[in-house]
Design a protein around this ligand. Structure first.
Ligand code: PMP
Length: 392
């Protein structure tokens, strides 16, 4: 019998139906995917060079330009998650030996520094304690001291819950001959950002937070200044998959006939298109306001329960992800497990420098609602009453 040749049997677990429970995802991402976006992802496949798919890609480009508030021609979505965009931004901008200044006040700066080191860049770190943000004076000192070609900074620091003010930073960087690279994975659509007006040179985000699409595609855009730096490169970017020049062609950003570069995750693009369409239909300003109002309601509810917010200054709190200190005597794991098991609600513990110290509650995109604020506060109240206090 032919099967006698097989030494590995069909796995029993794959012969059972797929099981996906209903959960309310109120952690730092991913957030729930509304029906319309799910339907787009479940559409029948088309070819990655079919005109209808290229049309969807053009629509995504227009959606990114709206969400980023930019007219940059070099705006597209990468086939990968937020990390893919971090890598793409850094490996296209930097060459071996280039100096990059990385603003570190949480895990994302740490990670950008790690990626840049792997690229052979000269990495200088600008440090702030987790929970704080950088002032223009902090940045200027770093620019004067290190004379970097690129500054990396995180707009929505999801490991600490900090919103980084960006006003004036682009102009400051440009005065010092430096490009401004901003991570907006956790903030795009939830807090104001104006790529062109704020003179941001490279901006990227992810699909699975405010945009409410599944993870796996990442909007990114490059300014003219950033494009000039790409043109001045002496060496090719070390990744073929993430070479922005090849991607620019596939995305129709260079005026040349589009050529195959890789087989794009077409259905992820359908979902991303719908996520951007929802944002466009509802309007950026109303999205920012909804996130602000619901976050402020959540913070008030947490304070009323006697809990302590990790980010002290109200204006520095990220409207999409709130960090609250783990109450004394409780274990964060017990609380998150209780919410999951008893209420079907996901919230998360800390990450990197906040691990073990905070709980992180995300209200992103369609999940940023009054009802969800009430639901997570109710579940937390229940957890604090019923989770046994850990032994101190
Ligand atoms: N940057 C920030 C600010 C993030 O919050 C995240 C995801 N939590 C990432 C980058 C990485 O994105 P991904 O997990 O989609 O790779």
């Amino acid at each position: 019998m032919a099967t006698s040749l097989l030494r590995v049997c069909p796995p029993g677990e794959l012969l059972r139906p797929l099981a996906v429970p209903e959960r309310l995802l109120l952690g730092p991402g991913p957030s729930n995917v509304p029906r319309r976006i799910r339907a787009a992802g479940a559409a029948q496949l088309l070819g990655h060079m079919h005109p209808e798919v290229l049309q969807v890609m053009d629509e995504i480009k227009a959606g990114i330009q709206y969400a980023f508030q930019t007219r940059n021609r070099l705006s597209l979505a990468l086939s990968g998650s937020g990390h893919c965009a971090m890598e793409a931004a850094l490996l296209n901008l930097l060459e071996r030996g280039d100096t990059v200044l990385v603003a570190i006040n949480g895990i994302w700066g740490q990670r950008a520094a790690e990626i840049a080191r792997r690229l052979g860049a000269n990495v200088c770190e600008l440090l702030k304690p987790p929970g704080e943000y950088f002032t223009p004076q902090d940045i200027e000192q770093g620019l004067v001291q290190h004379k970097p070609l690129v500054l990396f900074i995180t707009h929505g620091e999801s490991s600490t819950g900090v919103l980084q003010p960006l006003e004036g930073l682009g102009e400051l960087c440009h005065r010092h001959g430096c490009l401004l690279l901003v991570d907006a994975v956790a903030s795009l659509g939830g807090a104001p950002i104006f790529m062109d007006q704020q003179e941001i040179d490279v901006l990227y985000s992810g699909s699975q937070k405010v945009l409410n699409a599944p993870p796996g595609s990442a909007p990114i855009s490059f300014s003219e200044r950033a494009r000039e730096k790409l043109l001045r490169r002496k060496t090719k970017p070390p990744s073929y998959y993430l070479d922005i020049n090849c991607l620019a062609n596939y995305w129709g950003c260079d005026g040349e006939p589009r050529r195959y570069h890789h087989t794009a995750p077409i259905n992820s693009f359908f979902s991303l298109r719908e996520g951007l369409a929802l944002l466009a239909e509802r309007g950026l300003e109303s999205s920012w306001e909804r996130h602000r109002a619901n976050c402020s309601q959540l913070c008030q509810g947490l304070l009323d329960m006697g809990l302590e917010l990790f980010v002290e200054e109200e204006k520095a709190r990220l409207p999409t992800i709130t960090t609250v200190r783990v109450p004394e005597g409780y274990s964060w794991k017990d609380i998150t497990a209780f919410l999951m098991d008893q209420h079907g609600v996901e919230i998360a513990g800390g990450l990197g420098p906040t691990a073990g110290k905070v709980l992180r509650i995300g209200l992103m995109g369609c999940n940023s609602t009054w009802d969800n604020v009430e639901r997570v506060l109710g579940a937390l109240r229940d957890a604090l009453q019923r989770c046994t206090r850990s032994r101190l």
